[in-house]
Design a protein around this ligand. Structure first.
Ligand code: DLL
Length: 427
């Protein structure tokens, strides 16, 4: 599949697309209504070229149909749920059938193989296990290729290093920022590089730059491979770099990519940078028609030295919305705002500051306290701050430093408020 001649790939995609459109039309009222509104019947879509006539699907559509409204199979056929953050409190829920899990292991197996990982490797999985797709997604791919899965999950840095040394991990899977943080800890722990067998890392779930790659490769003396995915589409396994590290091959026999202009929504010509859109053509639980990822990239259909014919997407560095990725966790400023405003004692003047300290993302929220509260209940400031911190931390799953400030101290703007200050320089 990875080396199929382009013509055959297009044929396969068209076949699978037809079958998938049929399924969503008859099984998901949401898609049927949208297609009817657009005046399109299932028979109107015969080839991949006609994909552009179909309406888009967005994260909001998933939220409006929360939790299971877009599932295309009866609940009895769903065997796993995962979720990722939405723009408000409600997460985006993804359901997998048994066959979806097989597909998922297959595409992650490709990701690992293209990174040079094989059955003799020991893969330390330091992505979080849980509703996040990173941990379990990589896990099943590792088992599929017959390598050894070491399911450490995220965090617990000292233990990560200890196990890496004792078990002789040859590969690590984690976010690129955590890889840098671990490298620093390695120096502090005075572990000698020669005590480790690590040779490769598969890093993703957040944007990272070429200079971060260089730093990781130099500090660890490994090859750092970029892997891309999103829960809605399947999780990790959507696209990944090969040994040439020049663009990420998209598993097009499962996910058809398009690049659109995020404003006009027109499909852009080959090679242009724009928003990445995916249509899943084999997924059963939650098939997606033209799903807007909000990630900005471009596609390259030229042949790759590795022999794969799969199209390559450029490293993703930006988004067309305001979603932040902090330690691999997706955070929308609107989630933070909702919690701040629910408290009743705070003003809608706040600032979100994201920084990277010792290679670790830190999140600080500054918010103005209501004047009345300040006058009457100054003694309760500390408990208010603790409550906000607790509410934010439990909603986001991240530690947050909350700072209550006096009224009128946060910079006002005459145009758009500058709510987010991101000092990490990821572009
Ligand atoms: O982050 C899935 C994943 C897990 C990918 C482990 C790779 C490794 P979500 O939590 O739904 O899923 O977040 C998806 O993360 O739309 C991108 O904005 C961003 N993202 C993921 N991989 C990369 C990458 C997982 N390699 C969102 N480079 C996506 C840049 C990435 N951004």
């Amino acid at each position: 599949m990875e080396c199929l001649p382009r013509g055959e790939m297009a044929q396969l995609q068209s076949e699978r697309l037809r079958e998938m459109i049929d399924r969503v039309y008859y099984n998901v009222p949401f898609y049927r209504e949208k297609m009817q509104q657009a005046g399109i019947g299932p028979d109107d879509i015969q080839t991949v070229e006609q994909l552009k006539h179909l309406p888009f699907t967005t994260k909001n559509d998933l939220r409006d149909n929360y939790p299971f409204g877009l599932f295309a199979v009866p609940e009895s056929e769903i065997v796993r749920l995962h979720a990722s953050s939405g723009t408000t409190g409600k997460p985006t829920v993804v359901g997998y059938t048994r066959r979806d899990l097989v597909t998922w292991s297959e595409v992650v197996a490709r990701t690992l193989t293209s990174a040079g990982i094989g059955r003799h490797d020991f893969v330390q999985i330091a992505y979080g296990y849980g509703l996040f797709t990173g941990g379990l997604g990589i896990h099943y791919g590792v088992e599929k290729i017959g390598a050894v899965a070491i399911p450490v999950s995220g965090g617990n840095t000292k233990r990560q290093l200890q196990l890496m040394k004792d078990f002789g991990s040859t590969a690590i899977a984690c976010t690129p920022s955590y890889a840098l943080y671990l490298a620093e800890a390695l120096e502090e722990e005075k572990i000698d590089r020669s005590e480790l067998r690590l040779k490769v890392g598969v890093f993703g779930a957040e944007p990272w730059t070429e200079s971060m790659r260089k730093e990781i490769e130099q500090k660890w003396l490994i090859k750092a491979i970029d892997i891309f995915g999103l829960s809605e589409v399947i999780g990790p396994g959507v696209a990944s770099e090969c040994e040439f590290q020049h663009g990420l091959h998209i598993n097009e026999d499962h996910f058809i990519p398009e690049i659109i202009d995020p404003v006009t929504l027109e499909v852009l010509p080959e090679g242009s940078t724009g928003e990445l859109v995916f249509t899943t053509i084999t997924k059963e639980g939650l098939p997606l028609v033209r799903y807007r990822t909000r990630d900005l990239t471009r596609l390259d259909y030229s042949s790759c030295n590795c022999g794969r014919t799969l199209v390559r997407m450029a490293k993703c560095t930006g988004r067309s919305d305001d979603m932040l990725i902090i330690r691999g966790v997706n955070v929308f400023p609107s989630q933070i705002e909702t919690i701040l405003l629910e408290s009743g004692n705070l003003k809608p003047h706040y600032q979100i500051i994201v920084d990277r300290v010792h290679n670790l993302d830190v999140l600080q929220v500054l918010v103005e306290v209501d004047e009345q509260f300040l006058r009457d209940r100054i003694s309760q400031l500390q408990s208010l701050s603790r409550k906000i911190q607790h509410d934010l931390e439990s909603a986001l799953g991240l530690s947050v430093d909350v700072k209550l400030v006096e009224p009128k101290t946060i910079e006002r703007s005459e145009g758009k408020a500058r709510r987010v200050i991101d000092r990490r320089n990821l572009q």
